[in-house]
Design a protein around this ligand. Structure first.
Ligand code: NAD
Length: 496
C-alpha cells in the first residue's frame, strides 16, 4: 500500500511510531497508510524550522513576497490535482474541493500584500528631538494543527501569513486526509521557499502533544473539535506559547415570516448538506419563526430529497460520503436518538446505499423536525448531513436560543426586514453572521473566528488578526542629538 511520509527540511522523511490507514470514503476501502510522527520526527521538523528561521526571518520583504506570488500561481495551476487529492481522501465533490482550494488561495493572495500589512507607524518629534516608530517582528517556529474537513484551506488560513511574516512553520495535518499537505509542501519548494521554512509532520495526538510542549515552538494555531481545541489551548498556554484554537460549531439559520421562503430553503439546504454537512460553518439548525414552520419544512424536505448522493469524483454527484465509517455511525445514531426523544424524521437518509459503492461511507440527507433544545441531536455537533428544525414564536426567542447554545461560530438570518436584521446582528453572541447569506465565511482579508466554545484564545484566523497573531510589536523611541547638544541627566520621569 502507498505510504505517506512527512516533509522535513525540504524533502520527504520517513519514520514514526506507526501508521494510520487512510480510507477512500467513496469505496470504504483503505487506499494508503500515513506515517504517525513521534518525538523524533517532531524534533527533526522543529529543528529544521528553527534553523531555517535564522535566515528566513532576515530575508527581505521583497523576496518573501515573490515566493508568495509564485506559490499563488502554482496553487492555481495545480488546482485540479489538489481538488482530486481532497476528494479521494475526504470524499467531498471535486467541485466543492475546487472551491476549498480557491478560498485557500485567496489567503495566499492576501499574504502577497505583506509589505503593506507589515508597515509600521512613525511619529516624528514626539518630544523635542525625539522620534518614535513601531514595527512588527516574527515570532519564530509556528505550528498549525488542522482538521480533516478542509485539508487545503484551513492550513492555508495559517501558513502563508505566518511564513510571509518571516516565521517558519510546522504543519500537523489531519491523519484522515494527509496527502494534500505534502503536495502543498512540494509547491512551496517549487516556488523557491528555502528548505526548512515549511515542514509537515503527520501524526495523531502523540505528535500534537510533543508540539504543544516543545520549547522551540513559539506559537500554535489549531482548528478542530471543541474538546481538542480546549486541550490544545490549555497545554500550549501552559508551556508559554501564543495560541489560537478554533473549535466546533452548531450554526443556526433563523427564518422570519417575511423571508422569501423558497430562496431561504434552497440556500439553507445547500449550507446544511454541502460537503455532507462536514463544514464548520454548515447550517445544522433551522429556527423557524412564527407561522411559516410547516411550509418551510416542506420546502426543505423537497430540497433534501432531491440531492444526488454519490462518489465525489462522479459527474452529477452533489453530495459525497462522510469521512469514515465511524462518522457514518455517529450520524445514524444521532438521527435514531432524535426520533426516540420525540422528534419527527421528515427526510431519512440513514439507509441510503449508492449502487456500486455499497461499502462507501454514504449517508443521505436527513431532516429532523420538532427538535427541542434539550434533545441530544440539538446539543451535539453531529458533523454530518443532518438538519434539525426548532420552532420559535419570535425573533427574540430565536436570538435567545442561539445565545444559550455553547457554540458561537456562525449564524444566519433570512428576512426582508432591515430592522430585524440589525437587531439580530447586534443581539447574537456569535462571531460570523450572515444576512440572507447561509455560510458567512469571511474573505481572506477579514478574519475568521467564532465566539464562546468555538474559539479559545482571542485572535481570529487570517486577515489582519492573522498578521497580528504571527508577529509581535516593537516600539522604538530614538534621539539623535546634534554633536553640539549637551546630554542632560534627569532623574524625573520624562515628559514631552
Ligand atoms: P479533531 O478535533 O478530531 O482533530 C483536529 C486535529 O487534532 C487533527 O489534526 C487531529 O490529529 C488532532 N487530534 C485529534 N485528537 C487529538 C487529541 N486527543 N489530542 C491532540 N490532538 C488531537 O477534528 P476533526 O474531526 O478533524 O475535524 C472536525 C471538527 O473540526 C469539527 O468539530 C469542526 O466543527 C471543527 N472545525 C472547526 C473550524 C472552525 O473554524 N472553528 C473549522 C474546521 C473544522
Amino acid at each position: 500500500m502507498r505510504t505517506i511520509d512527512h516533509w522535513i527540511g525540504g524533502a520527504p522523511a520517513a519514520g514514526g511510531i506507526g501508521y494510520a490507514t487512510v480510507w477512500q470514503p467513496a469505496t470504504g476501502h483503505p487506499q494508503a497508510q500515513v506515517a504517525l510522527g513521534g518525538r523524533a520526527e517532531v524534533d527533526l521538523a522543529v529543528a529544521a524550522a528553527a534553523k531555517a528561521y535564522d535566515t528566513w526571518s532576515e530575508t527581505s520583504l521583497s523576496r518573501r513576497t515573490r515566493v508568495m506570488f509564485a506559490l499563488r500561481d502554482l496553487v492555481e495551476r495545480h488546482e485540479d490535482e489538489l481538488a482530486r487529492l481532497i476528494t479521494a481522501e475526504h470524499g467531498k465533490t471535486v467541485e466543492d474541493a475546487r472551491g476549498e482550494v480557491v478560498r485557500g488561495r485567496e489567503v495566499i493572495e492576501f499574504a502577497c500584500g505583506i509589505p503593506q500589512l507589515l508597515k509600521g507607524g512613525y511619529s516624528d518629534q514626539v518630544s523635542t528631538g525625539v522620534d518614535s516608530y513601531s514595527l512588527r517582528a516574527p515570532l519564530g517556529v509556528c505550528v498549525g494543527i488542522t482538521p480533516f474537513n478542509f485539508p487545503v484551506m484551513v492550513p492555508m488560513w495559517m501558513h502563508p501569513i505566518a511564513i510571509a511574516c518571516g516565521n517558519t512553520f510546522v504543519l500537523k495535518p489531519s491523519e484522515r486526509d494527509p496527502s494534500p499537505a505534502n503536495l502543498v509542501a512540494q509547491l512551496y519548494a517549487d516556488a523557491g521557499l528555502p528548505d526548512g521554512v515549511f515542514n509537515v509532520v503527520h501524526g495523531d495526538r502523540e505528535a500534537v502533544d510533543v508540539l504543544l510542549d516543545h520549547p522551540d515552538v513559539a506559537a500554535v494555531s489549531f482548528v478542530g473539535s471543541t474538546p481538542i481545541a480546549s486541550h490544545v489551548h490549555r497545554r500550549a498556554s501552559a508551556s508559554g506559547k501564543r495560541v489560537q484554537a478554533l473549535g466546533g460549531a452548531k450554526n443556526h439559520a433563523v427564518v422570519l415570516p417575511d423571508a422569501n421562503l423558497v430562496d431561504a430553503a434552497r440556500q439553507i439546504a445547500g449550507a446544511a448538506y454541502g460537503s455532507a454537512g462536514q463544514r464548520c460553518m454548515a447550517v445544522s439548525v433551522v429556527v423557524a419563526v412564527g407561522s411559516i414552520a410547516d411550509e418551510l419544512v416542506e420546502l426543505l424536505a423537497r430540497q433534501a430529497a432531491a440531492i444526488v448522493v454519490g462518489p465525489g469524483d462522479q459527474a452529477g454527484s452533489e453530495m459525497g460520503p462522510v469521512v469514515t465509517a465511524q462518522a457514518r455511525e455517529r450520524v445514524v445514531a444521532a438521527v435514531t436518538g432524535a426520533r426516540e426523544a420525540g422528534a419527527e424524521i421528515v427526510v431519512d437518509g440513514r439507509a441510503l446505499r449508492v449502487d456500486g459503492h455499497e461499502d462507501g461511507f454514504f449517508v443521505g440527507p436527513c431532516l429532523v423536525d420538532r427538535v427541542t433544545p434539550t434533545m441530544e441531536a440539538y446539543q451535539q455537533e453531529i458533523f454530518g448531513p443532518v438538519l434539525v428544525v426548532l420552532r420559535a414564536e419570535s425573533l427574540d426567542e430565536a436570538i435567545a436560543i442561539i445565545n444559550a447554545n455553547p457554540y458561537g461560530n456562525g449564524t444566519a438570518l433570512f428576512t426582508s426586514g432591515g430592522a430585524a436584521a440589525r437587531r439580530f446582528v447586534r443581539g447574537v453572541t456569535v462571531g460570523m453572521i450572515g444576512v440572507n447569506v447561509p455560510v458567512p465565511v469571511p474573505m481572506a482579508y477579514h478574519s475568521f473566528g467564532g465566539w464562546k466554545a468555538s474559539l479559545f484564545g482571542d485572535v481570529h484566523a487570517h486577515g489582519t488578526e492573522g498578521v497580528a497573531f504571527y508577529t509581535r510589536g516593537k516600539v522604538v523611541t530614538g534621539r539623535w542629538p546634534e554633536p553640539s547638544e549637551a546630554a542632560r541627566s534627569a532623574l524625573d520621569f520624562p515628559t514631552a
